[in-house]
Design a protein around this ligand. Structure first.
Ligand SMILES: Cc1cc2nc3c(=O)[nH]c(=O)nc-3n(C[C@H](O)[C@H](O)[C@H](O)COP(=O)(O)OP(=O)(O)OC[C@H]3O[C@@H](n4cnc5c(N)ncnc54)[C@H](O)[C@@H]3O)c2cc1C
Length: 412
């Protein structure tokens, strides 16, 4: 069926869906509130790592413009700042990559437009939705963490927190040494929070994202509100002092004389409340509207899942649109089933990692430090959050996974 689909929002969710439909010969119109030119000088949006499974989707769509091997990273380095620190590495089976979304999103908007896609610039309000839905066979809302998400009721059974679990302070910095080959570092300061260090393609080449995931009430929390603009020197010195104390393996990589934000607007402070919403809403006029990306599921960025599952979800929605003659509530139900295992896997796994570590998680960390195959599997599962959840959702599953990995190691 030659469906005509309207997509509100040009983030990764809306763009991957639009490009997928375009590739399958369907009409898609993207309606978004930002001109592509507005991204260049905007504040840092986020610091998104695409796992290799998402890069494979970019290859499929023909939008992988950053395929050069030197832009990729191959592994995760884990560091736990205990009195006796724990350190181990897990390797991916294929390289992954992070591109500044102020470059990524306009590039994909250009791809979509050059291939004949229609982009309309408009800010959509909830009162516009019914009329907009009437223009299309299906309307998809992918406007991120904005008020439009409230069209879709949230699912309390999958939304355990009413408050943010981390206070974020994320910037793109110069003066941080990269490993060769490049890797992402996940450093943990028990009781205070995590630091995720991501080599990121930005305007002047590669800079380093320092994503601080600070626990409310901990020693690092103030970084999420400390004002940079009024006193950049004080901000940077405070940051360095905190890194030295809490994340020493990262501090050791910093050349303090060249350390600073890549651009003054490359800092973002805030927080998110992890939320899962219903897949769709049926309007009074009988039309269905589908939630996609952060509108549907917001996860804390600590495990790097939000954009990766948004892209996965875009393909799941796209595939069902291509296969379906009728885009009604039955169709929406099938969309829900097609994507829920991975999306809930990401949400549940991330929420688990935000809590204080259980004894079984502590045992898993200790075993990963001794068993490279286990650490590699944990790392590879960043591509497949539902598999991660299969391995770690209960203490029994964690023990079984460790035992199995030890048997495989002994037999090898
Ligand atoms: C600091 C940080 C680090 C992160 N790191 C990672 C990571 O490593 N890996 C990962 O997978 N995820 C990560 N994420 C999450 C990721 O950024 C999001 O999950 C993802 O970008 C969501 O994409 P989206 O398309 O749903 O929404 P968005 O990217 O928010 O896009 C929304 C779109 O809708 C448009 N829009 C908004 N309101 C309206 C309106 N009213 N009318 C019309 N258009 C509108 C916007 O202009 C935009 O085009 C991170 C997030 C943060 C904050």
């Amino acid at each position: 069926m030659a469906h005509n689909v309207g997509i509100v929002g040009a983030g990764i969710a809306g763009l991957h869906l639009g490009l997928y439909l375009q590739k399958h010969g369907l009409n898609a119109t993207i309606i978004t509130d930002r001109e592509p030119e507005s991204y260049r000088d905007s504040r840092l949006l986020n610091t998104v790592a695409h796992h290799h499974i998402t890069l494979a989707r970019e290859d499929y769509l023909g939008v992988n413009h950053w395929a050069a091997p030197e832009l990729h990273y191959t592994h995760h380095d884990h560091f736990f700042n205990f009195p006796d620190p724990i350190r181990f590495r897990g390797d991916f089976t294929k390289p992954s990559r992070a591109v500044d979304y102020r470059i990524y999103l306009p590039a994909l908007m250009a791809d979509f437009a050059e291939r004949g896609g229609n982009i309309e610039i408009a800010k959509i309000d909830s009162k516009d939705i019914a009329a907009l839905a009437d223009r299309f066979d299906l309307l998809v809302v992918s406007t991120g963490k904005t008020a439009l998400g409230e069209l879709f009721t949230y699912m309390p059974e999958h939304t355990p927190f009413s408050q943010p679990q981390r206070k974020l302070c994320v910037g793109l910095y110069t003066g941080v040494k990269q490993a060769d080959p490049m890797g992402v570092t996940l450093s943990v300061s028990p009781g205070h929070g995590e630091l995720i260090v991501i080599p990121t393609v930005t305007f002047d080449g590669i800079a380093t994202a320092l994503l601080m995931e600070n626990i409310p009430g901990g020693d690092l929390e103030e970084m999420a509100s400390l004002d940079y603009e009024s006193d950049p020197k004080h901000f940077l010195q405070t940051l360095l002092d905190k890194l030295e104390k809490h994340h020493p393996s990262v501090f050791d990589r910093i050349d303090t004389t060249n350390f600073g934000l890549a651009q003054p607007q490359d800092l973002l402070q805030g927080s998110v409340v992890p939320t899962v919403r219903n897949t769709y809403v049926e309007l009074d006029n009988g039309k269905c509207v589908i939630a996609l990306g952060d509108v549907h599921t917001v996860v804390d960025p600590v495990m790097g899942q939000g954009a990766n599952i948004a892209s996965y979800s875009a393909f799941a929605v796209g595939e069902k649109i291509v296969q379906s003659d009728v885009l009604d509530s039955r169709f929406c139900e099938k969309v829900e089933w097609a994507r829920q295992d991975r999306i809930l896997g990401a949400a549940r796994w991330t929420n688990l990692m935000l809590g204080p570590p259980s004894e079984a998680i502590g045992m898993l960390i200790g075993n990963m430090a001794q068993n490279k195959a286990l650490a590699d599997e944990f790392t590879e599962n960043f591509n497949y959050p539902e598999k991660q959840w299969d391995c770690i959702s209960t203490p029994e599953r964690i023990h079984t996974w460790i035992a199995k990995s030890q048997q495989v190691g002994a037999a090898a």
